[in-house]
Structure formats: C-alpha cells, structure tokens
Design a protein around this ligand. Structure first.
Ligand code: ISL
Length: 577
C-alpha cells in the first residue's frame, strides 16, 4: 500500500468549536467550509473530523445514535457532501472519526438490545451480564466485574426491566458493542464502506484497542481513574483485536485498492511492541496509531488530574524509543494536542512571557520527527489553556465525573479544580480564536463554551500576515516536510540524550543530515557541538528557525536563547552507513 502519508500533515477539527455559521453558539459544517482558506494557507494534506453524527452529545458526539446521519446541530448530509467536495477541490483529504467500541444508548441497536430483553435479536450485540452471584440487582457491589469507567464510577449500569447489567467502559450512555458477535462486525464494516463510497479518505478509529475483551469477563486489578496509560489487560489489546482489524482490512480497505486512504487507530495504553504489530504494513491492520506514553509522563500518583513536572530526559527516552523501534517497522503518529489533551503551550511550554517562542519550539521538536504530524485546531495559533473559576465553567463529562466523585469522597475542591485547570479536556475545546471580536470570530451568538479571554490578541487575524507568528512557523514546518525527503523518510538518532533542557536529534537520508536543536526551557542553554555533529563535520545551513537571527554555532558549543529552536541541513555529508 502506498505511504503517501509519510510526507503528509493532518489537521484535526473538533466541529463544535471550530466555526459557527448560524449563530447558535455551536460550530457546524458550513462553518468549517467557510474557513477552508485557513487550511489551504497552512498547507495541511488531510482533515480529521471529530464526530458529526447524530448523537445525544453525552460525550460531545463520541456517543453515536446513527452512524449514517449528521447531527442537526452540525448540519445535513448535503452540507457534508459540499464540505467533502470543497476539501477535495483544494487537494485536502477527509478522514472520519470511527467510534465503534461503543454506541450511544440511544442507538437503535442498543434500544433493541435492551428493550428486547434477554432473548431479543440484538441482545448479544452488547455486553449483558446478570448481577454478581449472591447479589440482588442494584445492590452495592452487584456489578458483574469490578471494572471502573474511564469517566469515574462502575463500568456497568443496571437495566431495571431485565435485572441485568450492560458494560460501558466510558459513560453510561456509551454501551460497549460486543465484537465477538460477527453481525456486529459486519454491520460496522458495511457502515465504513458506505462512507468510503461517499468519498471519504479514511478513518481515525476511536479506542480501537479496546474492542476485544478477555473472556469470560472477570474482575481485574482495580483500574481507578486515570489508569488509561496503564490500561487493563482485560480489555486493552485483547486476544482478538488483531484478528478483527485484519478482518476489517479485508472487508473494507481491500475493496478500495486504488484509493489513497489513511487509517489511524487511537490506542490508549498501547505498548511499543503492540504498536509495531498494529502498524507493520505486512500485517495489514492500520497505517499508524496514537500512543499515549509521552502524554502520560506528567501524570502524578493520583493520575492525570494530579500532574507533576515533566523531566525532559524522560520525554527523550520515551519518544526516542518509539522513533527508532516503531519508525523502522511501522509508523508513528506525532501529536501534542487533541480534543482530550490540555494545550501543549500551557502544559509543556511557557504560555506567559514565552508564549510564541515556546509554542514554535514545541512544534519544531515534534514535527521534524519521523512520523505523521497531527495539528489540533488552534495549536497552529499557540492557543492556551482555558481559565476556569468554578466547576460551573466545566462542560466535559470526564472532568465533571472526576470532580463529583472526588469531592464526594472529601477531597479539597480547590485542589480538584487545579487538576482540571491543568489537565481537563475543556482546555482544548474552547472555540477557535479567529479574531478579536467578542465571539472570537467563532460565533455571533453565545458560544457553547466560553472563548478564552486572550482572543483579543491571540487570534488568526493577528497572525495571518505576520511572518514572525506561530501560524507562519507551522506553515514553514509543514512546507519543510513536503519539500525535504529527509523529514519524511530519514532515519532518526537522538543527540545529547542526557541534556536536561535541550532536545536534539538528527535525521539522515541518502547523505543528507538534518539536525534539530530545541531549547525546552525559559533559560539560556548550551550544548556541546561534539554532541551534535561528528568531529570535522559542519551542521549545515539553517532551514528553519523560530527566533530571528538564529544563534550560530560557536567553535565548541551551541548556545541557545530561551525556547530557541532551529534545524540545519548538511547535504551529502552524512556519516550514516
Ligand atoms: O482523554 C483521556 C485521558 O484521560 C480519556 O479520557 C479519553 O477518553 C481516551 O483517550 C479515549 O478517547 C476517545 O474515546 C472517548 C472519548 O471521550 C474521547 O474524546 C476520544 O478521543 C470515548 O469515545
């Protein structure tokens, strides 16, 4: 299969926060269409659209009630077809979000599964179990297993009518589909073909490594909140997941041999070894996966809402290992941000005095790795975390579930709010800041989630024609990946791996050597030249820099200003074999 995506950059749109065309405060499909110039100017190759399907929105569309319908909040199928055509006219592909570990509890499949009772035709499409032996339905501890939902509380809810419980690894309104049932799998494949026939260019597969569970379902080590990084062996990369993905490949993707498609699995808790198996092209599963190791390094003992400072050496050890070991067999997805993560510039950078420099430094660090970079809407502007003053400002089902559970258990609400301020998913979900206007150019109405007050100066209008903007730097990074084969295909070598504040690496291809050096701190730093270039060789010419007049290397060392980042390319001088 072609690997056109090695030189491609993907842009993620979270539709409810991107652009609102009708003033109802929620983003929509015509809104996206009205902003396509922004995507063309940026130069991205692919758009990944978070869910736009019919949904009661218990988890902002990751709870789907009709896989082939568009939620009226976002528009109509005609709006969708127009958007797809407009993207294709600009040479941009469209990847859909595929959420098939679970449906909404309002999906007709689940309604039939529940209301048809234990003998109904769809009962086995979901995971139904009687109460734990010796317990009455609804009694404390009666859940069939001790699994906890990722959104707090038990992963089982009771259906009073039948006295049985159904499994939901996420919210109670997101029942897990039973992939053991071949009818379920084939219904999913048919739905995927329907979208491909409509012209879409692939799928981002939500929590796809959770679809196979270890049978019989049983108790595991308690997986308290935030255990996502460790996963649970009872449903993370379960025994049949590879078989299912290979079957999906045969039943869906093999039927479109002439199309350039992209498949990316979201795989929380995936190990490097598992990721190699998922993405080895010979196994015909998915092109790449989203792994979570690097975004778990700042989780403290209490989980994601208990963050600890990141040690850059841990990040280097983690990303470096994935670069070398996965990059040479399968393929990496490269990301800092998405709709589930806080804003990178606030989390790993310095969103105060060094906002622009740290946003561009982090972008440089990530994008020139080996893999396919994903830009999450607003990241290309350096958008920051959202101010939150009380739990009433918080919309996200995960953050709210965490707060309510922990506050009820007696934890200090202010400490809980601090965790949500740092790590909550709403940070990524505030509306895109297009302009300095009151609705940030996102809406003329009341936005569903407050716009960040810094939109008065941090916005696309202010950056569009500014060559020193974060936006201009993203444009340059994307162009560099398109233009320089060493960025797409080169080998990866970590440099100065022990340096606590400088992230440096080399990419090599056919005699070209690209060296990327990033100061990941708000202090000046220095790194020995010998750590960056073999004796007697030069670092080459600057091909990209985030500060004007990038500091030239001195005889023995490279000195860097706070958050300074550059890439230098030496042609035909590689020492690689
Ligand atoms: O963000 C997370 C880390 O705590 C998880 O809450 C997140 O749910 C996990 O990464 C899985 O994410 C995906 O599936 C969820 C949905 O809420 C997320 O938005 C989606 O990206 C359930 O569909």
């Amino acid at each position: 299969m072609s690997s056109w995506w090695k030189s491609a950059v993907v842009y993620q749109i979270y539709p409810r926060s991107f652009a609102d065309s009708n003033g109802d405060g929620v983003g929509d499909l015509p809104g996206i269409e009205s902003r396509l110039d922004h995507l063309s100017d940026l130069g991205v190759d692919v758009v990944w659209l978070s869910p736009i399907y019919t949904s009661p929105q218990a988890d902002n569309g990751y709870d789907i009630a009709d896989y082939q319908g568009i939620d009226p909040m976002f528009g109509t199928l005609d709006d969708f077809d127009r958007l797809l055509a407009a993207l294709h006219d600009r040479g941009i592909k469209l990847v859909m979000d595929l959420v098939v570990n679970h449906t909404s509890d309002e999906h007709p499949w689940f309604v039939s599964s529940r209301d048809g009772g234990p003998d109904g035709p769809h009962r086995d499409w979901y995971w139904w179990r009687p109460p734990r032996e010796g317990f009455a339905p609804g009694a404390p501890g009666a859940e069939p297993t001790n699994w906890e939902s990722f959104f707090s509380g038990p992963a089982w809810s009771l259906d009073e009518a039948s006295g049985e419980y159904y499994l939901h690894l996420f919210d109670r309104k997101q029942p897990d589909l039973n992939w053991e049932n071949a009818q379920v799998r084939h219904a999913v494949y048919a739905m995927m073909r329907w979208w491909l026939d409509r012209g879409v260019d692939g799928f981002r597969m939500d929590v796809i490594n959770l679809i196979s569970k270890v049978l019989p379902l049983r108790d595991g080590a308690p997986n308290g909140h935030g255990a996502l990084g460790d996963g649970s062996p009872l449903y993370t990369t379960g025994p049949r997941v590879h078989e299912y993905l290979q079957e999906m490949h045969r039943e869906v993707f093999d039927r479109y041999p002439d199309r350039e498609l992209l498949t990316v699995g979201e795989t929380p808790g995936v190990t490097l070894e598992e990721a190699i198996a998922f993405t080895d092209p010979n196994r015909r599963e998915v092109d790449m996966v989203f792994q979570f190791e690097h975004v778990g390094l700042d989780h403290g003992p209490g989980g994601k809402f208990d963050p600890v400072p990141l040690d850059l050496r841990d990040l280097k050890a983690s990303l470096g290992r994935w670069q070398v070991e996965l990059g040479s067999v399968g393929w990496n997805s490269l990301y800092w941000d998405n709709h589930d993560q806080p804003r990178a510039v606030s989390r790993f950078g310095d969103d105060g005095a060094h906002g622009r420099a740290s946003a561009t430094a982090l972008a440089t660090l990530l994008h020139l790795h080996r893999g396919t970079p994903y830009v999450y809407q607003g990241e290309e502007l350096g958008m920051t975390n959202a101010p939150v003053t009380s739990i009433d400002d918080v919309d996200d089902v995960e953050s709210r579930g965490f707060y309510l559970q922990q506050a009820a258990a007696g934890h200090d609400p202010e400490v809980l709010l601090d965790g949500i301020r740092a790590m909550g998913r709403d940070n990524a979900r505030t509306p895109v800041q297009w302009s300095a206007e009151p609705g940030a150019g996102f809406t003329t109405g009341t936005p569903w989630l407050a716009v960040n007050p810094n939109h008065t100066w941090l916005n696309a209008d202010a950056q569009r024609d500014d060559p020193a903007s974060v936006l201009a730097h993203y444009r340059a990074l994307i162009a560099l990946r398109h233009d320089e084969p060493v960025v797409a295909d080169g080998d990866f070598t970590m440099l100065a791996g022990d340096h606590p504040h400088v992230y440096a690496y080399a990419r090599e291809l056919d005699g070209d050597r690209l060296v990327v050096v990033v100061n990941v701190s708000s202090e000046p730093q220095e790194v020995a030249l010998a750590d960056l270039a073999p004796a007697g060789t030069a670092l080459g010419d600057v091909v990209l820099a985030n500060l004007t007049d990038p500091t030239p290397p001195e005889d023995d060392a490279v000195r860097l200003r706070p958050w300074e980042a550059w890439a230098r390319l030496a042609r035909g001088t590689s020492t690689a074999p």
